[in-house]
Design a protein around this ligand. Sequence first.
Ligand code: C5P
Length: 231
Amino acid sequence: MKQKDRIIITIDGPAGVGKSTVARMLARRLDAVFLDTGAMYRAVTLAAVEHGIDPADTSKAQTLFDLCRFEFRSENETTKVFIDGQDKTAAIRDPKITEQIKYIASAPSLRGKLVQMQQDFAAGCRRIVTEGRDQGTVAFPDANVKFFITADAEERARRRHRDLTVAGKDISLEAVFAQQQARDASDENRVVGPLKPAEDAVMIDATIPTAEQIVDKMETIVRKRLRAGKN
Ligand code: C5P
C-alpha cells in the first residue's frame, strides 16, 4: 500500500505514561491496527537472554538477531510476539528483561533493523496507531498525526507498579521508580532514536486526565486533521 493511501498516527513518550492504553483505545476508535514497538526491543533482549547471550554484547545479539525468526502480529488489540514460532508475548514483560533492554535499544544497527520491521509492518496496514519512543521522529516522520505524551514521574511509576502487580509480578514501587528513571535517562540520552518529541508533535500531559479523556482529545485532533487533509 502506498504511503499516501495509509493513515499513520504515532504516539511517543517515556515509560509508564500509558501510551499502550491510549494507543489501543485510539486504534479501536479509528478502526486501525495497534503496534507496540517496545515489544520488539523486548523480544530481541529476551532472545539474547534465552540463548545465554549478555544483551550488553550487542555484536553477538546482532548475530543472533539475524538467525532468529521474529514475528509480530496484531491480535485482539495486542502486539503478539513470536520467536522461532514460540509465543513470547508474556515473557517479554518480565522486569528482568525490562532492565536489560537499554543495550539493544542503544545499538544503532539493531535499531535500524527494528525501525525497518516497523515500517514493513505499517506497509501492510490501511490505518495504524504505533507507539514507542522514536515513531514520530525516526520511524514515521511523515505520519498524519504525531502525539507525545508526558506525565509526572511518580504518577507514572505508581501506574506501572499497579499494572505489574495485577500481572502477578512481585516488585516494589521504589524499584519500579528507580528502574523507570534509569530507563528514561537511557532513552533520552542515546545517540540514535532518542526519546524526544517530533517538532510537529502534539504534546499531551497525562498526569491528571483519564485515558478516556485523553483519547477523546486525540480522536478529535486526528479526525480534524484528516478532514483538513482531504480538502
Ligand atoms: O514501551 P516499552 O516500555 O515496552 O519499551 C521498552 C523499551 O524499549 C524502552 O524503555 C526503550 O528503551 C525501548 N524502545 C525504544 N524505541 C521504541 C520503543 C521502545 O528504544 N520505539
